[in-house]
Design a protein around this ligand. Structure first.
Ligand SMILES: Cc1cc2nc3c(=O)[nH]c(=O)nc-3n(C[C@H](O)[C@H](O)[C@H](O)COP(=O)(O)OP(=O)(O)OC[C@H]3O[C@@H](n4cnc5c(N)ncnc54)[C@H](O)[C@@H]3O)c2cc1C
Length: 416
């Protein structure tokens, strides 16, 4: 079934009796060519591109809960490609280009909104760093624009310019950045994959791998053993737990990251704003809520809930940047488990087990990476070779000291 304006009007006139389920609910087969573990954004995007681009149709996505219940439905919905380093910027720009065509590709309204992102500058040194970043972006085909204080005052008159502890000196804008309705991304990819024959199996937990003579033969699940020629793991915050079942200890820690939404307000924020002197980022949803977040909770955990000190810390950042936020009431908040890698960059690679592949280490930034991550993981699974924009995302960079340390924070995951 194709969705269209015409179809909506037709169904409205017929009492909405003609809509079918967006994807099937199949029982698992005994064997697939490729199994993807994890029905988050990355797993579903991988399945979609495997079927659509690489012609692999005997594929299953196995999800322990429901699709969209993990980080893909818990993030603050920001997309951008404003990275500095060679290993990252081409990959994230590829992803942004895929976002720009996603709704046509999937025939699904994911509310992709290129409302722009503004990284605020608070010191001369930061202006130098952001100028360099903007130049790296432009060299890689992305858009970047440096604004001075007067331009920021004109565009964002509600920010604290007069008595701020960290005065605002300018900003680095990426006008093509913005937001996307996060759970619609999971649903759109699920529908796209299903239409091309992929089985999406929900409420089925992978409990282990069957590995014989160094080869992965399939996965043990709560619904029994399912065989596969290849298995790709894309379980985000559960990466450490999952890959330990294949005898791997990953350079990844799991931390909780919280998100917050205020009550609905009249439109006030033109796009995404990030505070350059602390950790606070905010946008306004189409329903009017201010959607914001900040630092991770510092301890390791697999629990999808956070603690109060971070709530205070994030709200302080918001108050420092735009004191008007203090009059809004917090409506809801939640947490997701982040797969924090040691250099802040992801991994899309084969493992030491034949037929077992890994995708993870997305830290704070995996939502914007969803299309490119799926595309590149599908490429790796189909061709046994990395996609050209993901060649740096290998395990052996930790062995060889070729870190992609975008923030220059070293091996401290809670700082990335
Ligand atoms: C509060 C918050 C805000 C964020 N904000 C942004 C942002 O603004 N921009 C951005 O780019 N990124 C953001 N992120 C990061 C981004 O959401 C994640 O990096 C990304 O969603 C992770 O990939 P995923 O969608 O595949 O993960 P998930 O949706 O978590 O998918 C993994 C899936 O694997 C399943 N699974 C786990 N173990 C098993 C098992 N044993 N068997 C079967 N299934 C299993 C889980 O149930 C889950 O559904 C944010 C994250 C959080 C939590």
């Amino acid at each position: 079934m194709r969705y269209s304006g015409f179809k909506v009007i037709r169904e409205a006139l017929r009492g909405h009796k003609g809509w079918g389920p967006a994807w099937r609910d199949p029982e698992p087969k005994s064997h697939y060519d490729i199994i993807i573990i994890g029905g988050g954004g990355h797993g579903l995007a991988t399945a979609h591109y495997l079927a659509k681009i690489y012609g692999q149709r005997n594929v299953a996505v196995i999800e322990k809960g429901w699709i969209g219940g993990g980080n893909v439905g818990r993030n603050t919905t920001i997309i951008r490609s404003n990275y500095l380093l060679d290993g990252n910027e081409p990959f994230y720009e590829f992803s942004l280009k895929l976002w720009e065509g996603l709704e046509q590709d999937l025939n699904y309204n994911a509310m992709v909104s290129q409302r722009g992102i503004m990284n605020l500058i608070h010191s001369d040194a930061q202006r130098d760093a952001f100028t360099r970043r903007g130049n790296a972006m432009i060299l890689n085909g992305a858009d970047a624009e440096l604004l001075d204080e007067a331009q920021i005052r004109a565009e964002y008159p509600f920010l604290n310019f007069n008595d701020a502890r960290f005065p605002i000196k300018g900003g680095l804008a990426q006008r093509r950045g913005g937001t996307v309705r996060h759970d619609a991304v999971a649903w759109g990819y699920a529908r796209g994959a299903d239409q091309n024959g992929v089985d999406i199996i929900q409420n089925c937990e992978v409990t282990g791998f069957r590995i014989e003579d160094g080869k992965c033969l399939g996965v043990e699940t709560s619904k029994g053993f399912i065989g596969a020629n290849k298995v790709g793991c894309a379980v985000a915050g559960n990466s450490g737990r999952m890959m330990s079942k294949a005898g791997m200890r990953l350079p990844i820690e799991s931390h909780v990251l919280q998100a917050f939404v205020s009550e609905g307000l009249k439109p006030v924020l033109p796009g995404v704003i990030t505070f350059g002197a602390g950790h606070f980022y905010v946008s306004q949803s189409d329903k009017g809520g201010l959607v914001f977040g900040g630092d991770l909770d510092g301890y390791n955990t697999y629990a999808q809930r956070g603690n109060l000190p971070v709530v205070e810390d994030v709200c302080e950042g918001g108050m420092g940047l735009m004191p008007m936020i203090g009059r809004a009431r917090l409506l809801r908040m939640w947490g997701g488990i982040m797969d924090m890698s040691m250099d802040g960059s992801p991994i899309i690679d084969r493992t030491h087990v034949d037929g077992l592949y890994f995708n993870g280490g997305w830290c704070y930034g995996g939502f914007k990476a969803t299309p490119a991550s799926g595309y590149c993981f599908a490429h790796l699974l189909a061709n046994d070779a990395p996609h050209p924009v993901a060649t740096a995302y290998r395990f052996d960079r930790f062995d060889k000291g070729r870190m992609i340390d975008e923030k220059g924070m070293g091996n401290q995951p809670n700082l990335h």
